[in-house]
Design a protein around this ligand. Structure first.
Ligand code: SAH
Length: 505
């Protein structure tokens, strides 16, 4: 497979600095799939072209996989190896141009940060969905796309087109962004059947997609194809892209339609079936629910399946048991809990506060604030604020909830949050939930923390220690309770502290 990258930004040969590959040299890089060669067919002042050639060796490729890999079988030797060539090219590109893809260039930092006139050519790219899909994927990213189907056999035009296209992308784009676009979208266009998805693929996708994938109109298709159509992983990735606040509000919409949308090529039936069954333990924060689930749950008998649903139920039940009638949700996010509180008339006053204006905009829309009947609307106060600054608007509630919020705060700022909530606002009850890091081993595909924005996750002992110190410092007692399945070995996925202010203080 061949990929060329050209620029006309003068002096064009500076492309060599950006790619960290000298224009005068031909360099080879061993890959687990074969051999990658980088060379420059031209390197002048006016125009410079770098080429990456990947020669795939099925035997090398097969040897690089252990016997533990599910696709260890004869079929790896006897196959149409180019079927996966796009993923392999993407992997080679990520490896050979690692520093460039990260946007780093000590010699020409300003150039690495600048959008440059680029032309990228792939003479034969497997593309399921044809030239049209190539346009749908690259045009929203600012590329002018020329994609032409390669005929199956020029001698027999009646045979029609092959699944390969000749792709040329032209645009003024930062080189690092261009490389990340290719890294994610080449395998997506290929859409070869993946037999094996490395556990950290979600992380890789979220990182490579930073700044562009969250807002891409085809992000659902991209994410699903990239992750080999695994729904659970795709959902985790889309949720994470959304929670990262990646660019637009639109990205925060519930991401996975139940049915393939009309513009999305239908999933192959056998894939769809296995994907739904192929449901590993869900990382926390991965569970999305229909927007209005919370508000309509009041008399729903079924217990919530998702962890976020269980958390919400646990918080609501506890608030009811404690007899709270006014509650503020601190770090209310998109307002699911606020909606559930409003749906219960016993909560006469409901507050929702978040530091993120975007989250609040979404919350207002999901709660249908505009159309909310006056009686309900009057019970609600939704506002922007930061938990690390004292704020009069936080006072006067029976209960405050910090649901999955403290782990988003930098540890040195936790003392400020503690003062604001327990020292200043001082509601009778404070409910704090946070992940139990010990439980993370139960999430098959999780590497690292449960969410890229988490600053920490605590063990049960760490949370217990923090909770009892906070309680002691501010005249509260605290009871800890598990949320979700309480695993005999590693405890529950979520831990909850229920703080109650001492009568005398
Ligand atoms: N409580 C919600 C959202 C959890 S995500 C739920 O359980 O679904 C964490 C939320 O905390 C985000 O919406 C984030 O914007 C908010 N947050 C993080 N730091 C904050 C701070 N210092 N002040 C207020 N909100 C904060």
């Amino acid at each position: 497979m061949l990929l060329t990258i050209s620029t006309t930004a003068r002096p064009a040969s500076d492309l060599g600095f950006l790619l960290h590959k000298h224009p005068d040299r031909v360099q080879e890089f061993g890959q687990s799939s074969g051999k990658a060669t980088v060379f420059y067919p031209e390197a002048g002042e006016e125009r410079c072209t770098a080429a990456l050639l990947l020669e795939v060796d099925p035997v090398t490729l097969a040897r690089s996989r252990g016997k533990g890999s599910p696709d260890f079988s004869l079929s790896q030797y006897v196959n149409d190896r180019p079927y996966a060539a796009s993923s392999l090219l993407a992997v080679a590109l990520a490896d050979v141009f690692r520093t460039a893809r990260a946007g780093r260039c000590a010699a020409r930092p300003e150039l690495a940060a600048t959008a440059l006139p680029l032309e990228i050519r792939l003479p034969a790219l497997p593309c399921r969905g044809g030239p049209d899909l190539a346009r749908r994927l690259f045009e929203p990213l600012g590329w002018e796309v020329s994609a032409e189907a390669v005929p199956l056999d020029e001698g027999f035009p009646e045979w029609g087109d092959s699944r390969y296209v000749t792709l040329t992308l032209t645009g003024t784009v930062r080189l690092a962004d261009a490389l990340n676009h290719l890294y994610v979208l080449l395998p997506v266009l290929d859409d070869a059947k993946h037999y094996w998805i490395a556990p950290d693929e979600v992380d890789k996708l979220v990182r490579a997609g930073e700044g562009w994938l969250g807002a891409h109109p085809e992000r659902t298709l991209i994410t699903r194809r990239y992750l080999g159509r695994r729904w659970t992983l795709a959902r985790a990735a889309l949720t994470r892209l959304a929670e990262l606040g990646d660019e637009t509000e639109e990205a925060l919409e519930p991401a996975i339609p139940e049915e393939p949308s009309p513009t999305t090529p239908a999933a192959e039936p056998e894939d769809a079936a296995t994907e739904l069954e192929d449901s590993p333990a869900e990382p926390d924060d991965a569970a999305t629910e229909p927007a209005d689930a919370a508000t309509e749950r009041e008399d729903a008998p079924a217990a919530p399946r998702s962890l976020s649903g269980k958390r919400r139920e646990a918080v609501l039940r506890t608030l009811e048991e404690l007899g709270a009638t006014s509650v503020i949700d601190l770090g209310c996010g998109q307002g699911e809990l606020v909606g559930a509180l409003l749906a219960r008339p016993r909560f006469a006053r409901v507050g929702g506060m978040d530091v993120s204006p975007m989250a609040l905009t979404i919350a207002a829309r999901k709660l249908k604030l505009e159309r909310m009947p006056a009686a309900k609307r009057e019970r609600l106060t939704l506002f922007q604020g930061a938990l690390t600054y004292t704020d009069k608007r936080l006072t006067g509630y029976d209960g405050a909830v910090l649901m999955e919020v403290i782990e988003h705060v930098d540890p040195p700022r936790l003392a400020a949050l503690e003062r604001v909530v327990f020292g200043h606002a001082r509601p009778r009850h404070v409910l704090v939930t946070t992940p139990n890091i010990e439980y993370n081993v139960r999430y098959e595909f999780l590497t690292g923390l449960r969410h890229p924005d988490h600053r920490f996750e605590w063990t049960r002992a760490e949370f217990a220690a923090w909770a009892s110190e906070v309680a002691a410092r501010h005249g509260y007692t605290v009871a800890l309770s598990p949320v979700g399945e309480d695993d005999p070995e590693v405890g529950p996925p979520t831990q909850m502290g229920v703080f109650t202010r001492d009568q005398r203080s």
